[in-house]
Design a protein around this ligand. Structure first.
Ligand SMILES: *Cc1c(COP(=O)(O)O)cnc(C)c1O
Length: 467
């Protein structure tokens, strides 16, 4: 499989190249040249496979040429062996129609682990093949940072610089990053910055020749294709359990950067019968506005109880627009340049119509999140986190035909956001044993002003040159 840029002018790369590159050199995102497709019989034959085996089957067409099936299976077995639940992503039933897909059984309690545990191993695998060092620069609204740091801490030939908006991530999220003291881990807390500001600095670094000439800058954000690829697997896992390929399934996905839900779109392109993908946002609703009336315009970020969705620029939406616009990289490059200049754009008719065939959207405000957390607790005895609550709110109000199961992706463990859960239910979720002493551990981070220059200078002083 080779990978092309959504903006049409960067060179095509193989899977190894796309994994190490992150953002394409023309500012676009890498996507596979075509979607592999499984037949109905092939999907039916996947039912009942252990997760690591299913993962290797689903992902192999994307990595072919860079990894053998055998090696891929070794890597998925190692990555998913670190999860605290044998099923890796277990499914729970709420009522006749509503289901919950628990994606938070990895080491840092959010769904990001599913992709990043594998990505850490892929980096190690590919870097071991030559004399190269990788400098990972990432921005986090909370969960990517801890999951990425866990995945690469202490690994040879990788330095990680993780930017977070100071004071805007939860205590658990911050401590999961700042208590990792491995020398290749650098936490940067940006003063007076939002997640979008941090993400803009990272994007600029990928395009800054002064930096890219000296350092091989890699991505752990969902602009990295390998992350989305790993997330496709659990859509199949859930679908198979609920009767696919003989029955359709709908998914409701708490969304920020449009990565997780784009993986659902990929699953549908690969043959999984998906009725609808419900894009759930909080009040930072750029995606809801884009899908409901074609208006993709950046608002200001409002902090909410679901901080990992406090985003007003959704990087991966570009991948969908590319696919829906006939994969015309030139046209998309112009559309995105317009957005970058004016912070607003209208979707084309083709993009709107294509999106409405598979996607619908909803937005949950603070009261709707809280009442949904309460509903799950009072009716089903489940504590859910505020991000998951946005998804469940959207799932329950989506009007999906009663014969079709609706799966809400539970993106974080409730103990990651204990205050919001306790406010809504009167119950404080406890941290699972595996992260028990988090609040006793020493923290280490560096505060910087939220400017590109400050971050670039810090990275240049601490990173290893590319060769
Ligand atoms: C990252 C994150 C999201 C948003 O996922 P995207 O792939 O950015 O859309 C939702 N919930 C939680 C808990 C997250 O960590």
């Amino acid at each position: 499989m080779d990978y092309i840029s959504t903006r049409g002018s960067a060179p095509a790369l193989d899977f190894e190249g796309a994994t190490l590159a992150g953002l394409a050199s023309d500012g676009g995102l890498y996507v596979p040249r075509e979607w592999p497709r499984f037949s109905k019989d092939e999907i039916a034959a996947m039912a009942g496979l252990p997760y690591a085996e299913l993962a290797a089957k689903i992902m192999f067409p994307f990595v072919e040429g860079s990894l053998t099936h055998e090696r891929l299976l070794e890597l998925t077995t190692e990555a998913y062996g670190r999860f605290a639940h044998k099923a890796v992503t277990p499914l729970k039933q709420f009522d006749e129609q509503q289901w919950l897909l628990e994606l938070f059984h990895g080491p840092t309690l959010a769904f990001k682990d599913v992709a990043l545990q594998l990505l850490g191993l892929l980096f190690e695998e590919f870097l071991s093949r030559s004399e190269r060092n990788l400098t990972i620069v990432g921005a986090t609204s909370g969960d990517t940072g801890s999951a990425a740091i866990d995945a690469v801490a202490g690994r040879a030939k990788v330095d990680i610089f993780m930017l977070h908006p100071k004071g805007r991530v939860s205590d658990v999220q911050r401590r999961q990053m700042t208590t990792v003291l491995a020398p290749n881990v650098h936490n940067l807390a940006l003063e007076d910055a939002s997640f979008d500001d941090a993400q803009a600095i990272v994007k600029r670094m990928f395009n800054d020749r002064g930096m890219t000439d000296r350092f091989a800058i890699g991505a752990v954000n969902s602009i990295n294709w390998a992350r989305l690829m790993a997330q496709v697997v659990y859509y199949f896992a859930a679908g198979l359990q609920l009767g696919a390929p003989h029955r359709k399934v709908a998914f409701s996905v708490p969304t920020g950067n449009f990565g997780d839900v784009f993986a659902g779109y990929v699953a549908a392109q690969m043959g999984l019968p998906v009725e609808k993908l419900i894009v759930a946002t909080n009040v930072n609703d750029i995606l809801h506005r884009a899908l409901a009336n074609g208006d993709y315009s950046q608002g200001t970020v409002t902090p909410t109880a679901a901080p990992s969705m406090d985003i007003q620029v959704s990087s991966n939406f570009e991948r969908l627009l590319f696919d829906l616009g006939g994969r015309d990289g030139k046209a998309l490059a112009e559309q995105m340049a317009g957005f970058e200049a004016t912070k607003a754009m209208q979707l084309t008719n083709a993009q709107r119509e294509g999106a409405s065939a598979l996607f619908q959207s909803a937005r949950a405000d603070a009261d709707e999140m809280a009442s949904t957390i309460r509903w799950a607790w009072e009716n089903c005895g489940e504590l859910i986190d505020p991000h998951t609550a946005c998804g469940l709110f959207a799932a329950r109000s989506a009007g999906i035909d009663a014969s079709i199961p609706v799966v809400t992706l539970a993106t974080a463990h409730p103990a990651k956001f204990p205050e919001a859960v306790e406010r809504a239910t009167g119950h404080r979720p406890g941290l699972p044993e595996r992260v028990g002493d988090l609040f006793e551990r020493e923290e280490r981070f560096t505060s910087l002003t939220g400017s590109f220059e400050a971050v670039a200078e810090f990275v240049a002083q601490h990173a290893a040159p590319k060769v």
